[in-house]
Ligand binder design. Structure first.
Ligand SMILES: Cc1cc2nc3c(=O)[nH]c(=O)nc-3n(C[C@H](O)[C@H](O)[C@H](O)COP(=O)(O)O)c2cc1C
Length: 369
């Protein structure tokens, strides 16, 4: 039971335990700039061995929701600097998640109200974006039909990730996590059911579908160093209209092998349960072997299942998402076996301090005299 609470090394960065705060969009950045409330929120949760921030878009084009923060302007970097200072002052470590949503956006959020971009011009069925209605008020609306990116545009997006990674380092982050998971831009290229391009970035050839994400990983590593770069992936996660496809396991294992030679700090898999349900523990072990480096797993962890996965050698670190929302002192609660508070889903996204920074740390009843 003790392994989750033991210190560990992440690419030379000393972590005080093996519990990661998973990236969670909270949509509190009214101007796309993180503010003092966001600094307080993350500092309250600095007891995690590592915090991975909510996704921060690398460009206006990469944005899919109102009120998410960016990592591409001077003002955003200054806002994030206050966040990293607060987390470091509280003894924590923090990576920024860098995000491009691809087709999971709406024209009203895009520069010039143009169509969002993706591997192919196919809309994500049944997916809502959070943008501006015709009358200019915020609201949920179906994600817009994207246009297919020309191959010649991809180096520009890779460049946006490089610039954002440099910005993150300037803002004091210990590293960045490239968001390659959950149906966003990179997965739109990786997924063989969606990406039917007939050029060097798509189609039935696995290497073609992996090319864009690998080129971006290489460029970010060249800019800030591999030990400051992690990547999040979500094999077999059927969110946001990501179809099953032929050769799915081979695709993810090929990506794991490619990543194994890049000197990255970690690979982070966002949905352990989806992997177990579709491909099972054998796949997870094969992935771990092919990757060979530090592996973070996330998804529905409890104190017991987290300890079991670490002790069973399935993961090196475990990430908790929702439990960190209502339990700023989650690590202490897990360590002591204290009860966990339930988060209010109505305040997961948007708003201010309520449901964000007002969850208290656990207070034990005084021992009877
Ligand atoms: C409110 C909320 C926002 C999320 N935002 C992100 C995000 O920005 N980036 C990401 O990779 N995953 C995001 N996720 C997924 C979580 O990181 C995590 O993988 C998922 O919640 C499963 O972990 P859990 O069962 O411990 O909550 C989000 C989840 C929630 C509940």
């Amino acid at each position: 039971m003790n392994l989750p609470f033991e210190p560990c090394d992440l690419g030379g960065l000393a972590l005080r335990n093996r519990i990661v705060m998973a990236p969670m969009t909270r949509s509190r950045a009214t101007t796309t700039v993180p503010d003092a409330l966001t600094a307080t929120y993350y500092a309250q949760r600095a007891g995690a061995g590592l915090i991975v921030t909510e996704g921060a878009q690398v460009s206006e084009q990469g944005r899919g929701y109102l009120f998410t923060p960016g990592m591409h302007t001077k003002a955003q970097v200054a806002g994030w600097k206050a966040v990293t200072d607060a987390v470091h002052a509280a003894g924590g470590a923090v990576f920024a998640q860098l995000w491009h949503v691809g087709r999971l956006s709406h024209c009203s959020l895009q520069p010039g109200e143009r169509a969002p971009v993706s591997a192919v011009a196919k809309a994500a069925a049944g997916v809502q974006a959070y943008g501006y209605r015709e009358d200019g008020t915020p609201g949920q609306m179906p994600a817009s039909t994207p246009r297919a990116l020309a191959a010649g545009e991809l180096p520009g997006i890779t460049g946006d990730f490089v610039a954002a990674a440099r910005n993150a380092i300037e803002a004091g982050f210990d590293g960045v996590e490239i968001h390659g998971a959950n149906g966003y831009l990179f997965e739109q290229f990786i997924n063989g059911g969606l990406n039917t391009r007939d050029d060097a970035y798509g189609g039935s050839d696995i290497g073609n579908r992996l090319r864009f994400v690998i080129e971006t990983v290489d460029a970010v590593v060249a800019a800030i160093g591999g030990d400051r770069v992690g990547i999040r992936l979500s094999p077999f996660n059927r969110v946001f209209d990501m179809p099953a496809f032929e050769g799915e396991a081979e695709t993810w294992l090929a990506l794991a092998r490619e990543l194994s030679t890049r000197g990255l700090a970690y690979v982070h898999l966002s949905n352990r349960a989806a992997i177990m349900a579709s491909a099972g523990e054998d796949f997870l072990r094969a992935f771990r072997e092919a990757w060979g480096g530090t592996l973070i797993l996330a998804g529905n962890y409890t104190r017991e299942s987290a300890a079991a996965d670490l002790e069973g050698g399935l993961a090196d670190l475990v990430a908790f998402g929702r439990p960190f929302i209502a339990n700023p002192d989650l690590v202490e609660r897990l360590r002591n076996g204290w009860p966990l508070a339930e988060g209010d889903t109505a305040t997961f996204y948007g708003g201010g301090a309520v449901g964000y920074t007002d969850y208290p740390a656990y207070r034990r009843e005084p021992e009877p005299a």
